[in-house]
Design a protein around this ligand. Structure first.
Ligand code: T1G
Length: 693
């Protein structure tokens, strides 16, 4: 008998109870347990109906992703679903938590489905670079109609139990999943209700037979939103087979398509990203017994762009915030921007209409740093100068309660120096949010020399609670993300001197899958920020400085590396910039050359990988996958390429090391020589992934 699936009897109803924490994923043991118990219950003449239910926090959340790429073990999920579907007795799925992927597909083989009102139902395979591989593309359209089905499958977004009820995916919303399902089963038996066998029910397909545009539109929308990804298009095509391909033949095509996608590098990258995100939240080097400190109230210092965005993130999660500014005017402006942001989102239907007022009610605006006294976590988001940071931390050290965690949102300043001005360096760390902080998911948690383990876990736990993706990094200039970005920026500037133009470099980077190239990004952030920083440090950057001296700060002045039409953010190549680059190169006696796209791509990506290797050597990041999580969630690295270190393993570290050596000599730039760790792994024929162990 299976130890993850048990058979219970409730009068003449058999309950197949799955208990395989944490999410009842369909491992081989779970599949075997369900198959054997359903078969046994169906053969038992005393059993009149069968319920499939789960213990723990959720119904089956899908196939066991850890089994992908390993030799398949029987029974396959499709075999289990067929066993259910072919039962002569009613089989009812009792849904709670999230019925996702193979979990929802299993319920579609059942004759009826009931769910508790908080349940969510979805087919998120596309987010793993896959398509539903156990009949979902053919049964879901027969349950809810092709229009909703293609949207659910191409986007991977779940629907609520009430939407499921409205669209015929479930029969009833019940109080407790198992008890509700048993009661429903008895009703079905008493009423002798005919079994709903989806594979034989084409009634909901008729409407779509006339209007095939729902598939072409879904595919076009997916292609627009997910440039370069294979799975969304495959999903739309598979659902369209419901219109003209017999069910059994369509299942075979679905399986072939699934096997093709699961072997594709894109899906391997997306599955890697799924687990890497969760791995990053597991802090290394802290005692097992360490627990995070409780956080009931948060204080945020600074109601500017970053402080306001951070405050919104906490309020979005229902956590009360004391938002502190130096004066009423600044506070009023910051609160106004937050209110406007929420109202715009509500107007678009992104949040309920009453959400802006509810969330504003969680924000308590105050003037004066003494207002931090009740906070369990204090996050400083003031100007990026060390002097101001030290002033603020000295003040909060005087007012904060014992045990409060003191975090700086600095994007590169030394947290050790900030901690040193307090009497409690063990409570000080960095929480580096990315702008706009209410949207971007990444939060670099900066571990300073004296940061206490429980303070660190507190920051990681609260970041996850506000739906951020935390990654723990060490103290260095730029931590991980911006330090690697700086390595890329150095090359992008050099490429202009050597012969490339901003639009060529940016086109290569966006074609690779990043949302924006380095020059358009500079125009968005404002070229004057870097210009002031270089002046502070006595550094020249001929072309960027020339642009700023000409008042070309980027989007904010209507021109930077590009020009912009009034009210538009679309970058337009500007002949004036080409002239400025030409003249600057002539003045410096530089001869420019034609540079190919491949060289540009390698000079954009490989130096970042090289910096990532140095970051690992210096233990600024503890896993290559943490570096990838930072780039996936902080900079929009395309999820289907896994992250810079995952991509490096795909290209091959020897190839990367050789190309870096070549460019180091060609451009006389020793910083491009392969980092010792990269060279060692390349020489040994190893991968960054091999460091995981
Ligand atoms: N397989 C294996 N492990 C899984 C898993 C899965 N499907 N889902 C979650 N886990 C692990 C996860 O790694 C973590 O482990 C723990 O469970 C808690 O997860 C045939 C082929 C269900 C909404 O894509 O969306 O079915 O870190 O931290 O925030 O067509 O997990 O504790 O060791 O995310 O409460 C389709 C993926 C699979 C759902 C819960 N299903 N999972 O979120 O917890 S493909 C999915 C989630 C498929 C079929 C196809 C979420 C969740 P650890 P967590 P959570």
């Amino acid at each position: 008998m299976s130890d993850v699936v048990k058979l219970e009897r409730h009068d003449d109803v058999a309950v197949v109870m799955v208990n395989s924490p944490p999410v009842n994923a369909l491992s081989a043991a779970v599949r075997r347990g369900i198959f054997d118990n359903v078969k046994a219950a169906n053969a038992d003449s005393a059993v009149k109906a069968i319920v499939i239910a789960c213990e723990g926090r959720t119904f089956i959340a899908g196939a066991d992703i850890t089994e992908f790429g390993k030799p398949p073990q029987s029974p396959g999920l499709s075999e289990v679903i067929a066993e259910i579907e072919n039962c002569s007795k009613p089989v009812i799925a009792a849904i709670h938590g999230t019925a996702l992927g193979g979990g929802l597909e299993l319920t579609l083989g059942c004759h009826f489905r009931v769910a508790v009102k908080e349940a969510k139902l979805g087919l998120p395979e596309v987010k793993l670079g896959l398509l539903p591989g156990a009949g979902g593309t053919q049964r879901l359209p027969r349950a809810v109609g092709p229009e909703l089905a293609v949207q659910m499958i191409v986007t991977g977004n779940p629907i609520s139990a009430s939407e499921a009820l409205k669209n015929g995916l479930i029969e009833e919303i019940v109080e407790g999943p198992k008890a509700g399902a048993v009661a429903f089963a008895k009703k079905v038996v008493a009423e002798k209700r005919p079994l709903r066998v989806l594979k034989n029910d084409d009634s909901k397909l008729a409407a779509a037979k006339a209007d095939r545009s729902i598939f072409t539109n879904a595919a076009a929308a997916a292609n627009k939103k997910n440039r370069g990804m294979n799975a969304p298009l495959a999903c739309a095509e598979a659902v369209s087979w419901t219109l003209d391909t017999p069910f059994d033949e369509a299942l075979k095509k679905e399986r072939e398509m699934f096997l093709k996608l699961v072997a594709d590098d894109q899906s391997k990258a997306q599955r890697y990203a799924f687990f890497s995100e969760r791995e990053a939240a597991k802090v290394q080097g802290v005692p097992e017994s360490t627990k995070p400190r409780p956080v009931e109230r948060v204080a945020i210092i600074g109601a500017g762009t970053m402080g306001g965005g951070i405050a919104m993130s906490f309020a979005n999660a229902g956590i009360p915030v004391t938002l502190i500014e130096t004066g009423e005017e600044q506070l009023k402006r910051g609160l106004g921007i937050m209110q406007k942001n929420w109202e715009n989102t509500a107007a678009r239907g992104g949040i309920p209409a009453d959400a802006p007022a509810k969330r504003m009610a969680l924000i308590n605006g105050k003037v004066g740093l003494d207002n931090v006294k009740d906070a369990d976590l204090i996050i400083e988001a003031v100007f990026e100068t060390m002097a101001i940071k030290k002033e603020v931390f000295t003040a909060i050290d005087a007012h904060a309660k014992p045990g409060a965690v003191l975090a700086s949102n600095t994007s590169y300043l030394n947290i050790n120096d900030i901690a040193a001005v307090t009497k409690r360096p063990q409570d000080v760390l960095g929480m580096h949010f990315f702008s706009p902080a209410n949207v971007m998911k990444l939060c670099e948690i900066v571990r300073a020399e004296k940061t206490a383990p429980d303070a660190l876990l507190t920051a990681v736990a609260i970041a996850r609670k506000i739906a951020k993706v935390p990654a723990v990094v060490g103290v260095c200039d730029g931590f991980v993300g911006n330090r690697m970005l700086a390595a890329r920026s150095k090359q992008s500037e050099k490429l202009l001197f050597e012969g490339a133009l901003p639009q060529q470099v940016d086109a290569v980077v966006t074609k690779f899958g990043l949302p924006m190239g380095p020059f358009a990004m500079g125009d968005l952030a404002g070229l004057d920020i870097g210009w002031r920083s270089r002046q502070d440090r006595g550094i020249k950057s001929e072309i960027a400085d020339a642009l700023c001296e000409a008042g070309r700060f980027g989007q904010k002045t209507g021109k930077g590396y590009y020009k912009y039409e009034a009210g538009s953010r679309a970058p337009i190549p500007d002949p004036e910039v080409e002239t400025l680059i030409d003249e600057t190169c002539k003045r410096l006696g530089l001869t420019r050359r034609a540079i190919g796209d491949q060289e540009i791509l390698e000079r954009m990506v490989y130096p970042m990988i090289n910096e990532g290797a140095r970051i690992l050597e210096e233990k600024i990041a503890s896993r290559p996958s943490d570096i990838d999580v930072i780039w996936l969630y902080g900079y929009g690295w395309p999820i289907y390429r896994g992250g810079p270190m995952f991509y490096a393993d795909l290209v091959g570290l020897k190839e990367i090391a050789d190309r870096l050596s070549f460019y180091a000599k060609q451009t006389n730039d020793p910083s491009l020589e392969p980092a010792p760790l990269l060279k060692k792994l390349a020489d040994e024929g190893k991968t960054f992934a091999s460091l995981k162990g």
